[in-house]
Design a protein around this ligand. Structure first.
Ligand code: ZN
Ligand code: ZN
Ligand code: FE
Length: 725
């Protein structure tokens, strides 16, 4: 029992560039162990002399007291050849850059750094870039692996003697912390915090350089400033995210439950959608009772908010549909939107938006996966046969690379609708390829011929595979949740290209790794005006009215009909009759739009998802009824429901019964299948619908780590490599 052996401990996971070796060094001191620790291609290797009893306790401490950013995938211990040591040391290994050495994402400031930030005795007192191995920027500054200072945008800052000493001292919290610096040697602001503060207090709009890009910022309590920001950004209604100093200030603005609090305070610090207390001007999120809150996550933001003592609106600096601005040059395009810039000289290598999440019935639902989460890997249940690059969809684009059991998902890229976003898309692909030294054997994309990602795949690569959009939605959840058998998947979505060339989006798929069968779907309706119908709910509603009443619909005194001019109505009726520029769709998202128009909630949207958000506001849980619908040979006919909605006087009742009808449809269609239920697709960003379904199906599998929307498609496409279709 007391005999001393030489043990070899091998650890894999996120264990490089996260202060793991100094952590082991300190633990070894604590346990009075002699030996060494080094990085190797699989992770970290430790050799120590110890008794069996001590090695057990040492192992327990490793797994229990892990540094904040480290994550262990496997830990193996064995007795090895006896070796003599006179002390414990960190062996400087050739840092091996392998695909499995993962880059940690950008992480919010840690407690220790925050304490030092406000400690007048500390040499980094009020330093806006204070950081250590447990916190700060990573992904946004890295050019390639290995994660060393000379491979990051910190390269241009020459460390002073004091910083150098910390950097090389294994007992120091800043040992090998690549982004460290101080007042003397670190990045510098262009204007003082005090000046930025004065400008915010006088109602100005500031562009502030954050971690993965610039934000547009103003005082969230200043109605005039909010109006100016909305006018200048031409963003009339889409809710703004609000940044607060700490959780106490968050609680002043919203009702926050324990899960939401944990998410807000997590090291990732995403924007969390919570129930607003209505204390801020309505202009922050017009007509919406939810508010997107996040806590200050860098020392710079903390310094600003500590003095301002007010919440700020912090919205990504971009033109709509374009990627977040990461350079002064790209920010220039927003000239006239901001009054001043709070800038610094540490370049952003990889742009990264803020992440957005919510909690529904205790489960985390990611809406936008970016800062804090990207590019962390997702483990597949089975290894991939090839190295795969997946190009995702067209909206809320993300790309992914897959090898072995690992999938690395890029952060949110955005909608591929402008040249800028396309080049940002290509940049993200290059980043993954460069950082992970990756080259694909196979490229996977969507089946939609007009998706930019599909065109790019066809133009750039010779070996491609195309995966149906909604199958990819279901596969994404199966991959994330580690399911490989048969499931009944419900894909309620916007529109995606179907195998019959129509625009699917209300699909019931019996699916597994190898393929799928479309067992039911909403009956097709016409999207009058094609893409225009996606922005104008009234066009979908009118089309359904034509389906129901034919030409008589033209004479209805109904808000949907009355929102058009007589000429428009005649043209649209003709288009409906002849099927001109009127693609067929089974999209559930479009049915939401139609109902929003028929209940006069909204006729023309100013941002994507607006109709669903507004309908959430009307839902009344005391209304239990649902509308009639028909199912024939797997085709769900919603016209009886549409007819009943037209007759319904009260929009609150109509909307509530509509939600209940969707739940009832899912119940009836999935009941005959004794299979796990998977819910995926953009419509499941709707909190009310998701809540109702999770209440009815507590075991339903939903995506947690990846978004239910098209941001998850790339993961599903990687998983689709295993399929036979
Ligand atoms: Zn720190
Ligand atoms: Zn320094
Ligand atoms: Fe989709």
């Amino acid at each position: 029992m007391n005999k001393i052996h030489t043990y070899l401990i091998r650890i894999s996971g996120t264990v490089q560039g996260v202060g793991f070796r100094p952590f082991i060094y300190r633990l070894a001191q604590q346990y009075d162990l002699k030996g060494e620790v080094c990085n190797d291609s699989a992770g970290v290797a430790i050799v120590v002399n110890a008794t069996e009893e001590k090695i057990e306790r040492f192992r327990d401490s490793i797994t229990r007291d892990l540094p904040p950013l480290a994550q262990i995938d496997s830990l193996e211990i064995c007795v090895c050849e006896e070796r003599e040591f006179d002390r414990f040391s960190i062996v400087e290994s050739e840092e091996v850059a392998t695909a499995s050495a993962l880059i940690p994402p950008d992480i919010s400031i840690c407690k220790a750094c925050e304490r030092e930030l406000f400690d007048p005795q500390n040499r980094r007192y009020l330093h806006p870039f204070i950081t250590c191995t447990d916190c700060g920027v990573r992904y946004s500054i890295i050019e390639k692996l290995p994660y060393d200072r000379h491979n990051t945008s910190m390269r241009k800052f020459k460390m002073c003697q004091a910083c150098k000493k910390e950097y090389h001292d294994p007992t120091n919290r800043r040992y090998h912390a690549q982004p460290i610096g101080c007042h003397a040697c670190g990045p510098k602001l262009n204007i003082s915090i005090d000046e930025a503060l004065k400008r915010l207090q006088s109602g100005e709009i500031l562009a502030i350089k954050g971690v993965g890009g610039y934000h547009l910022v103003c005082d969230a309590t200043d109605e005039e400033a909010l109006r100016r920001l909305r006018d200048r950004k031409r963003r009339p209604a889409k809710p703004f995210a609000v940044m607060v100093r700490d959780i106490a200030s968050a609680r002043e603005l919203a009702q926050i439950d324990a899960k939401e609090e944990a998410l807000l305070c997590s090291k990732e610090r995403p924007i969390v959608l919570v129930r607003s207390k209505g204390r801020l001007p309505a202009l922050v999120a017009p007509r919406i009772s939810k508010i997107g809150l996040f806590l200050a996550y860098t020392p710079l933001h903390i310094l600003l908010l500590e003095k301002l003592q007010k919440p700020i609106v912090a919205t990504s600096a971009n033109l709509s549909d374009e990627p977040i601005a990461t350079t002064r040059e790209s920010l220039e395009k927003l000239h006239g939107v901001y009054d001043a810039i709070l800038d610094h000289d540490r370049p952003i290598v990889n742009g990264c938006d803020d992440s957005v999440a919510m909690v529904v019935r205790g489960e985390m639902v990611m809406i936008r996966r970016a800062r804090g989460y990207a590019p962390v890997s997702i483990k597949l249940p089975k290894p991939l046969p090839q190295k795969v690059l997946a190009l995702g969809a067209n909206q809320k684009s993300t790309v992914a690379i897959g090898f072995d059991k690992e999938v690395i998902l890029s952060p949110h890229i955005g909608d591929l609708e402008s040249l800028e976003s396309l080049s940002y898309f290509e940049k993200n692909i290059q980043t993954l390829r460069r950082v992970y030294d990756f080259s694909p054997d196979l490229v996977v994309c969507d089946k939609h011929p007009n998706y930019e990602s599909t065109k790019y795949a066809k133009a750039t690569f010779s070996t491609i595979k195309q995966i149906q959009h909604h199958y990819a939605h279901i596969l994404a959840v199966m991959a994330e949740r580690g399911v490989s058998g048969k499931v009944i998947g419900v894909a309620f979505d916007g529109t995606g290209y179907g195998d019959d060339g129509n625009l699917w989006g209300g699909e019931f798929l019996v699916a597994d790794d190898e393929g799928f069968e479309r067992v039911a779907h909403f009956g097709y309706f016409k999207l009058l005006g094609g893409a225009k119908a996606i922005k104008e709910p009234r066009r979908v509603a009118l089309s359904l009215l034509f389906d129901l009443y034919g030409e008589e619909a033209l004479g209805l005194s109904h808000p949907t009909v009355e929102s058009f001019s007589q000429t428009q109505l005649k043209t649209l009726y003709l288009a409906w009759q002849k099927g001109l520029n009127a693609p067929l769709s089974s999209s559930c998202g479009r049915i939401f739009d139609a109902v929003a128009s028929l209940t006069d909630v909204i006729q023309v949207m100013s941002f994507e998802g607006e109709s669903g958000m507004l309908m959430e506001e009307l839902y009344d849980p005391t209304i239990m009824e649902y509308y009639p619908f028909l199912v024939e040979e797997g085709v769900i006919d919603i016209l009886p429901m549409i007819d009943a909605i037209v007759q319904e006087g009260d929009s609150r009742v109509a909307v509530s019964k509509f939600f209940n009808t969707l739940v009832e449809i899912v119940v009836q269609i999935t009941r005959p299948y004794d299979l796990p239920l998977v819910l995926s697709g953009g419509v499941f960003q709707n909190r009310v619908l998701l809540e109702l379904l999770l209440e009815r199906f507590p075991d339903a599998l939903i995506p947690n780590e990846i978004p239910p929307n098209d941001g998850g498609i790339a993961l599903g496409q990687v998983a689709g490599v295993l399929s036979k279709i």
